[in-house]
Write a protein that binds this ligand. Structure first.
Ligand SMILES: *[C@@H]1O[C@H](CO)[C@@H](O)[C@H](O)[C@H]1NC(C)=O
Length: 134
């Protein structure tokens, strides 16, 4: 019994030690999705570990989101893309959240991550980005 309790306390302490941070800035002047919060957990990002992004916001115009692109680059090099299917229509003034779970790279350096929302014709309607170092 005591052993289980101890494990539970350690598990809770561990979960509690995962810090989050609201990071980044918009990279689209004419965004049709107004980001309310953009949170990365854990922050700072840890090499090779899974991290989660929660983006919350409001669609200021009616939009159909085909895909979310997650792009990352090291030391201002080429962008590497990961795609997430959304295929959903959002009426004007709809509040909507997007979550992305991604494994952090192993290589040390200066990274930029960028999250964009895309229409059926591939054009983007929102862009948010942040920098971090590993
Ligand atoms: C989005 O996340 C926020 C904060 O966690 C929450 O208050 C809101 O209800 C969520 N919205 C939707 C549509 O799930």
């Amino acid at each position: 019994m005591k052993g289980i309790l101890l494990i539970m306390i350690i598990a809770c302490a561990y979960a509690g030690s995962q810090l989050s941070a609201t990071v980044g800035e918009s990279c689209d002047k004419n965004s049709n999705y107004n980001v309310q919060s953009f949170t990365v957990t854990p922050w700072p990002i840890i090499r090779t570990q899974q991290y989660t992004i929660l983006m919350t916001g409001v669609f200021v115009e009616k939009e159909y989101v085909e895909q979310l692109y997650f792009a990352t680059r090291l030391n201002r090099g080429f962008w590497h893309y990961t795609y997430q299917t959304v295929e959903k229509e959002y009426p004007k003034n709809t509040q909507a959240n997007f979550t992305i779970s991604i494994q952090a790279p192993a290589e040390k350096g200066a990274y930029t991550d960028q999250v964009t929302l895309h229409r059926h014709d591939f054009s983007s309607l929102a862009c948010w980005q942040y920098d971090y170092d590993l």
